[in-house]
Design a protein around this ligand. Structure first.
Ligand code: NGO
Length: 519
């Protein structure tokens, strides 16, 4: 009975791992299930690499060390193998080395599977991270397990040369409407890394909460970080040490953090913390609802700009990435002239502290600076201010709410989420072209895509995952894969084949009926 059971289990695991595990050496390669789809991939009949207890992760460049560490961290628990990281190539295993090909650019990589080795070649740490993300998906799904699993750990013969369509593939998490612990945020960051997302935008302040310690303005977190939507209370913020740890964690996954402090609207938490930030000198009450557009910093007071500069200075000092997001959306309580005055003073402050400004697209009407980056979050295919900026040479980040807002409900039965931008089923999230979506914003104007997840209705990691999976991998596909492979009929089975991986990882995904899921 026992051996029979074991055989049944092995068979089930092979099926569960998708089509990439070939049973015999001469089996024809199955279609690959990589997301995002690589720029160029060839599969080789009859070639299989098998990871063994003596396999090593071998480096010829220290640039590959962070990616090697992530690979070892992923594979050691599931395989039970030691997988030492060594310098120099002395035999079989996984080899991370340099690439002679300058066309790979800052993020590209090559991956070649031979019976003895998997070789990843890249010119940068980012390239190695991207190669590792691919290798993880070429291995059986159970390689992602946190506990020991039975092998074999096979990778079928494949040669890949890969570079991204866009250099910015982002995800945003709103930790203001509901606060998420560093462990919850790290869990999401780890999920982003599987799909070659390279920027993580943290929405750190809003009407309902101020979530990062600012040493020169301690009441921001003491008062402004004491509650959230729904009224839960506690120390609902990150100390600067915790934030640094989050940034380092993201970096260890090849991801750059972009912090956002939303202003001049969406500022009630700050106005509840300090009376002097209000024109009438009166503190505002804390807010635990989900309305928008009612708050504004006081545009005419000098202290407003001392406050902004202190925040920008402190956060810039602990943020190694080059970007700072200043929000700027829905400033319905700030008259247009005041909004312009505010931005005229704030944009130079960000520059003075060495960062490049990203903002929700409204702010772009106030400046002709071509270095700043508008993030389009509208639902229309025209926006005159964003088109004018693109004409001047600004790069645009695309987050159309009716396509890739992860907080939109899939359909009328989705329990979580909002629907102000409509329902966004998986096919809607996939069915648009970032390089030809907004009039006047062409492929060359697009910096990339970002999937925001606002959290008015989102409280737990399971909630985050339900909204992000499967739409986050969809956004990753749009941001990385060449436009030429865009095709729903071919994409849907690839997406469906991710499910065994998510099951192994305990990811709570939405089982959309549009997707042919692999069991
Ligand atoms: C809008 C609004 C946010 C909401 C979100 C909900 C932007 C940029 N501002 O997006 O405050 O949380 O919708 O979907």
């Amino acid at each position: 009975m026992a051996p029979h059971r074991a055989r049944t289990l092995a068979a089930v695991l092979i099926v569960a791992s998708g089509a990439l595990v070939t049973g015999t050496a001469d089996a024809a390669p199955q279609p690959h299930h990589l997301i995002p789809h690589p720029a160029k991939i060839t599969q080789h009949t009859g070639v299989t690499f098998t990871l063994s207890p003596s396999s090593k992760i071998q480096l010829t460049t220290q640039k590959a060390r962070p990616a090697a560490a992530l690979l070892a961290e992923t594979l050691r628990p599931s395989t039970g193998f030691a997988l030492p990281i060594t310098t120099g190539v002395t035999g079989g295993g996984i080899v991370l080395t340099t690439a002679a090909d300058p066309k790979l650019g800052p993020e590209g990589y090559k991956l070649d599977v031979t019976p003895k080795q998997v070789v990843i070649r890249a010119n940068s740490a980012a390239g190695h991270f991207n190669g590792i993300a691919t290798l993880r998906q070429l291995l059986p799904a159970k390689a992602e397990a946190k506990t020991g699993q039975p092998g074999p750990w096979q990778v079928s013969g494949t040669s890949i040369t890969d570079t991204p369509r866009y250099r910015h593939r982002g995800a945003m998490l709103d930790v203001s409407r509901h606060f998420f612990t560093t462990d919850q945020v790290k869990r999401y960051i780890d999920q982003l890394a599987m799909y070659k997302i390279n920027y993580f935008h943290l929405h750190l302040s809003d009407d309902q909460g101020w979530r990062l310690e600012i040493k020169s303005w301690p009441e921001l977190t003491k008062i402004g970080g004491s509650t959230e939507v729904g009224g839960r209370t506690g120390a609902l913020f990150y100390t600067q040490e915790q934030y640094k740890d989050l940034v380092a964690h993201a970096r260890s996954r090849g991801i750059t953090v972009i912090p956002e402090f939303d202003m001049p609207g969406h500022t009630n938490a700050a106005q509840a913390s300090y009376a002097e930030l209000n024109c009438d000198g009166q503190k505002r009450p804390l807010y635990t609802g989900t309305g928008v557009g009612f708050s504004s910093l006081c545009i005419d007071k000098d202290i407003t700009y001392r406050f902004v500069e202190d925040v920008v200075r402190e956060v810039s000092a602990i943020t190694p990435g080059p970007y700072l997001h200043i929000g700027g959306d829905e400033a319905h309580s700030t008259p247009d002239a005041d909004y312009r005055t505010f931005m005229d003073r704030v944009l130079p402050i960000v520059r003075k502290h060495g960062k490049t400004t990203i903002g929700w697209h409204e702010f772009i009407k106030t400046t002709e600076d071509t270095e700043v980056i508008p993030q389009f979050w509208g639902t229309t295919s025209t926006n005159a201010d964003v088109a004018a900026a693109a004409r001047r040479g600004n790069e645009v980040l695309m987050s159309p709410a009716n396509r890739i807002y992860l907080d939109m409900k899939y359909d009328k039965d989705t329990k979580l989420g909002l629907n102000w931008a409509g329902y966004v089923e998986v096919k809607d999230a996939y069915g648009w072209n970032p390089g030809a979506y907004l009039d006047g914003v062409t492929e060359k104007n697009v910096r990339g895509v970002e999937a925001p997840l606002w959290t008015e209705t989102i409280r737990t990691s399971a909630d985050i995952e339900y909204m992000a999976f499967p739409r986050l991998p969809v956004v990753a596909e749009l941001g990385w894969a060449p436009a030429s492979v865009h095709d729903w009929e071919r994409f849907a089975p690839r997406l469906g084949a991710q499910a065994p991986r998510w099951k192994v990882m305990g990811i709570n995904y939405h089982p959309s009926t549009q997707v042919p899921w692999t069991n």
